[in-house]
Design a binder for this molecule. Structure first.
Ligand code: AMP
Ligand code: MG
Length: 314
């Protein structure tokens, strides 16, 4: 279990990344994608390892307590590092308790429902951690930047009023409030990449054969909408960073630093929940002792001298 000092250090580390609820974000001015908190990469790798270890421990307790669930939403522009972040942050956890969902262009069936339907279907159960690789926030990002996506959603005219985006922000905030009120915590992470670093990563994807599959011509087309996306992200962050589900803007130009931040954010949330292994009551302990005696009586001769059994004899 983490000591008080570690808890405080992690809380201090993530504080500058938090979007203050009610504040007005202008991404280009307010957050530096190259920020790394004065940290060296070597220290960072060490810190990430600590984060991964803590995560494994807290995940086990989250599952045992079985009252809370955690949802991490990852948003970024192309090449922002979502996949790598998930791979690294979750490297030490029990796969049974983690579910990753990636959201792509919606299917015909998904378009036949309200826009939150497909995300609701992927929410974590109590005791679980879910990760959304892209999330319900696409509904106010790509759908806003490319309105033809909205046309495909078959909305009735009364649902396409002039306040559509503000209505969606409100609906999303209400939905998240409902989730947190019911024991599900959200960790909302925006991996904030600079245009120059995206250019470099795209070039790498083109130059290295093993990265070719990650690149498509559509990525260049999307890059052409850079400013529209910055604006949509800024508005979204301003409108949906709430006291119950704040946004964190993670500097993403240094992959290793982004991973530490994501790990710290998840660990911080778990520490805040502080799940415990359930303690068994007097009656159950008595039953455990009786079961132990029965099992020991069954042992073949000499087995009681087994060093494990001897050490655990009560
Ligand atoms: P990727 O994550 O690179 O595999 O790409 C997934 C694609 O799905 C991206 O181009 C997203 O913009 C797109 N996408 C995700 N969610 C939505 C949505 N709700 N409506 C339209 N396009 C979406
Ligand atoms: Mg892609």
């Amino acid at each position: 279990m983490a000591d008080k000092q570690t808890v405080r250090r992690i809380a201090e580390f993530i504080e500058p990344l938090r979007v203050k609820p009610g504040s007005r974000v202008r991404l280009a001015k307010d957050f530096d994608p190259g920020f790394k908190g004065g940290m060296k990469k070597r220290e960072g790798v060490e810190l990430l390892r600590t984060g991964v270890e803590l995560l494994a421990e807290y995940q086990a307790r989250l599952a045992a307590q079985d009252t809370h669930g955690v949802l991490m939403c990852l948003q970024a522009l192309d090449a922002g590092g979502k996949d790598g972040t998930i791979r690294h942050v979750m490297s030490g956890v029990n796969p049974q308790g983690v579910h990753v969902s990636s959201f792509k262009v919606p299917s015909i069936e998904e378009l036949d429902h309200d826009y939150l339907w497909r995300y609701a279907a992927r929410l974590p159960a109590r005791g679980d951690i879910a990760i959304f690789n892209r999330s319900h926030y696409e509904e106010v990002l790509v759908v806003r930047v490319h309105p033809e996506n909205l046309d495909r959603q078959k909305l009735p005219p009364e649902a396409r009023g002039p306040d559509l985006w503000h209505d969606r922000y409100r609906e999303i905030n209400d939905w998240e409030r409902h989730l947190t009120d019911n024991g599900f915590r959200l960790v909302k992470v925006f991996l904030n990449l600079s245009k120059e670093e995206q250019r470099r990563r795209f070039l790498k994807r083109i130059d290295l054969p093993e990265k070719n599959w990650k690149f498509s011509a559509a990525d260049i087309r999307e890059r052409g909408y850079w400013d529209d996306y910055q604006k949509a992200f800024s508005e979204m962050l301003s409108a949906t960073s709430t006291p119950w589900a704040p946004w964190y803007v993670v500097p993403a130009d240094h992959k290793w630093f982004a991973r530490i931040c994501a790990s710290a954010l998840l660990v911080h949330t778990l520490m805040d929940i502080d799940p415990q292994y359930p303690e068994v009551g007097k009656k159950a302990r008595k039953a455990l002792r009786a079961a132990k005696r029965d099992l020991e009586d069954e042992a073949p001769k000499g087995a009681a001298r087994d060093p494990y059994a001897a050490r655990h004899r009560r």
